[in-house]
Design a protein around this ligand. Structure first.
Ligand code: MLT
Ligand code: MN
Ligand code: ZN
Length: 291
């Protein structure tokens, strides 16, 4: 299995266009851009699947050589999108796929429901292209063309803010992607409220875990901007709380979905030494992983 991290920032990216916090100022000055989280995976090198569709999707696709179209005039190796949530930073990019001729979007009933209700992207896109929308049940593996097996793992129930009516469901999932030919297993969990339950089971036996690094500290928003909710209240387990636990999982651990307030965004941040001491890494845009 080949994995390409197309984007590694939380909603807003780094720098965020309207933010003058220390991390955004630093990124602006250094020219170090981090785009919103999205991953491409393939089992056969020809058939690629995206994990989430970020608002930066078009630029991310154009920047990835293995996702270039051809040899047919409109032949793309991108065959589908597996959604972790219905949040805007994971779904706005679906609108950028309006030129697509054959793409399947996989999501839980709750997620696909949001995309045909409060955020009617399915109806909007129907006027431009005919995408296939495939509901998936958490815990039930699906076989993707190209040889990979994908299983959604429920990790949370926080619905997007634009979904006004409270409704239960598998709003937040991680994806466990397995390559039966190599035995490689990737777990992708950009939104993770706790290291518990089915997530813990999914991580057992994984070679690579790309996981929620939105915030380093629980009170990081208040530290950086003087206000805002805690990481925990936003459904994101801070790195400081997951690091020890994940380090014992036996997998390579990379933190993604970094918020622009996160000190780990800076390449020379002293906080990165603590991660390194636990064998964990900060994911970077464009990074390639084979497993
Ligand atoms: C999240 O990661 O919690 C969401 O993307 C937050 C949001 O955009 O409202
Ligand atoms: Mn997000
Ligand atoms: Zn900022």
């Amino acid at each position: 299995m080949r994995v390409r991290l197309l984007g590694t920032a939380a909603g807003g990216g780094v720098p965020q266009w309207n933010c003058a916090c220390t991390a955004c100022r630093r990124a602006r000055k250094a020219g170090t851009v981090r785009t919103q989280d999205c991953v491409a995976v393939t089992g056969d090198g020809r058939t690629w699947y995206l994990l989430n569709a970020s608002p930066d999707l078009r630029a991310q696709l154009v920047a990835a050589p293995e996702l270039a179209p051809g040899p047919g005039p409109r032949q793309t190796p991108v065959r589908g999108v597996l959604l972790c949530t219905a949040e805007l930073d994971h779904t706005l990019g679906l609108l950028a796929l309006r030129e697509a001729e054959r793409i399947t979007v996989y999501g839980t009933a709750a997620v696909l429901g949001a995309l045909s209700g409060p955020f009617p992207v399915r109806d909007i896109l129907a006027a431009y292209t005919s995408l296939t929308w495939t509901p998936i049940a958490a815990g039930e593996p699906i076989t993707l063309p190209g040889g990979l097996t994908a299983t959604a793992v429920t990790v949370g129930a926080k619905r997007p803010r634009y979904v006004a009516t409270p409704s239960a469901g598998d709003w937040v999932v991680a994806w466990r992607i397995a390559d039966p030919r190599t035995g490689g297993v990737l777990v992708y969990a950009p939104c993770l409220p706790a290291v518990a339950g089915p997530f813990r089971t999914a991580v057992a036996g994984a070679r690579v875990v790309v996981v929620d690094g939105t915030f380093l500290y629980d009170d990081e928003m208040a530290r950086a901007t003087g206000g805002g909710r805690t990481a925990t209240a936003m459904g994101h387990l801070p790195v400081s709380a997951s690091l020890r636990d994940l380090a014992t999982a036996g997998a390579r651990v990379l933190y993604t979905h970094l918020n622009n307030t996160n000190p780990l965004c800076a390449p020379d941040a002293p906080e990165r030494d603590t991660l390194a001491a636990y064998g964990a890494e900060v994911a970077e845009d464009g990074q390639a992983i084979n497993l």
